[in-house]
Ligand binder design. Structure first.
Ligand code: FES
Length: 164
């Protein structure tokens, strides 16, 4: 067994795991964080954040492997403790930026990062910023709308929490 010490969504976690256990397995099976998905077995989807606040392609790393970042934020961790959706989550819901939802965690985490770097992205910047997250369902139109909505680009509204 391998000892791991992580902070997941602000909660400290210490555990003994099989050395071969992947981080995504640990998050899903041990912690119930099922928003983190294995998209294609090549780490394309970026369902996690680690410090500095960058989406991570390390869901396929071992939970206790070398270089393991000690802190991760999952899509579940974006929501408030009272269940209030993060503004980006709310924008995806509002703009129907998902169908099956399989790509949604990666899209949302990437959007949070994108808006932190560029609070008013152009459509082109949004499409480039989400590059690498593949959606099989929506054709991306509503996803782009959701990002614009979260940024207040299309609505003219502000969204102070989008980069939180
Ligand atoms: Fe189904 Fe994106 S909503 S893959």
């Amino acid at each position: 067994m391998a000892r791991i010490n992580l902070t997941v969504d602000g909660q400290r976690v210490s555990d003994d795991v099989e050395p071969r256990m992947l981080l995504v397995q640990y998050l899903r099976e041990k912690l119930g964080k099922t928003g983190t998905v294995v998209g294609c077995d090549t780490s394309r989807l970026r369902c996690l954040h680690g410090p500095p606040r960058r989406p991570q392609r390390e869901v396929l790393q071992r939970a206790g492997g070398p270089g393991r970042r000690p802190e991760v934020t999952t899509v579940e961790g974006l929501a408030g403790e009272d269940g209030t959706l993060h503004p980006v989550q709310e924008a995806f819901r509002e703009c129907h930026g998902l169908q099956c939802g399989f790509c949604t965690p990666g899209m949302i985490m990437q959007t949070v990062d994108l808006l932190a770097e560029n609070p008013s992205p152009s459509e082109e910047a949004i499409r480039l910023g989400l590059e690498g997250n593949l959606c099989r369902c929506t054709g991306y139109h509503n996803i782009v709308r959701a990002v614009q909505h979260a940024a207040g680009v299309s609505t003219g509204s502000t969204n102070e929490g989008a980069s939180a």
